[in-house]
Design a protein around this ligand. Structure first.
Ligand code: PEP
Length: 254
């Protein structure tokens, strides 16, 4: 696929897989995707599997991601994991502000912004998620909600940092539901966000930021969604847990 920005497809494994299962999956992905250069491929296992998966990915083109991190550095923060500790495991990306964390851990835009800043300070690339609820879409407030989340979650980032940030538009009603946004719905929001970025930063910066779509992406719908001009990749949940479907999403998007 000929795109203005390099596509990035990331698999969010959420709270799934033992270390052995994670290794099994990542070995299969290495075999199947070892020669893919035109798409950035990222896997984000649970913290418990990061160390072993990291070793397996040494000298691979597949990059390692984490699913969350603390906004603080080292110190007395029981149960938390900091950016420096992720860097120590050769983690390159970190998913921030996923809707499940916003919903179940009450993460706010301000917290996501603090985490994004901490990620950049440690040279990690944040994947910052945002997206509206079904009720918000039905009430016609999608753009208002998305604008507030994007402004709030990127607050305080410099132009240079935002270029090194991946955004992920994930309409909450499409996550894990089998209900995908149409390619036109995705493009509409992505174009809106890119315009917003040019207001917040400038046009040249906005043109360089990659915006993923997430929400029930499958092999059958990936190509059409990713071929939209402002869609620069996918954040994949369910279909990333199985080798065949994740590989097919990527191969169908080449
Ligand atoms: C997600 O949780 O980021 C996601 C997009 O999940 P799914 O692909 O299962 O809808």
């Amino acid at each position: 696929m000929d795109k203005e920005r390099k596509l990035i497809v990331a698999g969010n494994w959420k709270m799934n897989k033992t270390v052995a299962e994670a290794l099994d999956l990542v070995r299969g992905l290495k075999r199947e995707l070892g020669s893919v250069k035109d798409i950035d491929v990222v896997v984000a296992p649970s913290f418990t599997a990061l160390s072993e998966v990291s070793k397996e990915l040494l000298s691979s083109n597949i990059r390692l991601g984490a699913q969350n991190m603390s906004e603080n550095g080292y110190g007395a923060f029981t149960g938390e994991i900091g950016a420096g500790q992720l860097r120590d495991l050769c983690v390159r990306y970190v998913i921030l502000g996923h809707s499940e964390r916003r919903q179940f851990q009450n993460e706010s835009d301000a917290l996501v912004a603090a985490k994004a800043k901490a990620a950049h300070a440690a040279s990690l690339i944040p994947i910052v998620c945002f997206g509206e609820l079904l009720a918000e879409r039905e009430a016609g407030t999608t753009e208002k909600v998305v604008e507030a989340q994007v402004r709030g979650s990127l607050a305080g980032l410099t132009k240079e940092q935002v270029v090194e940030t991946v955004l992920a538009y994930e309409p909450v009603w499409a996550i894990g539901t089998g209900r995908t946004a149409t390619s036109a719905q995705a493009q509409e929001v992505h174009a809106f966000v890119r315009k917003l970025l040019s207001t917040m930063f400038d046009e040249a910066t906005a043109k360089r930021v990659r915006i993923q779509y997430g929400g029930s992406v499958k092999p059958a719908n990936a190509r059409e969604i990713l071929s939209q001009p402002d869609v620069d990749g996918a954040l994949v949940g369910g279909a990333a847990l199985e080798e065949r479907s994740f590989v097919e999403i990527i191969k169908n998007s080449l």
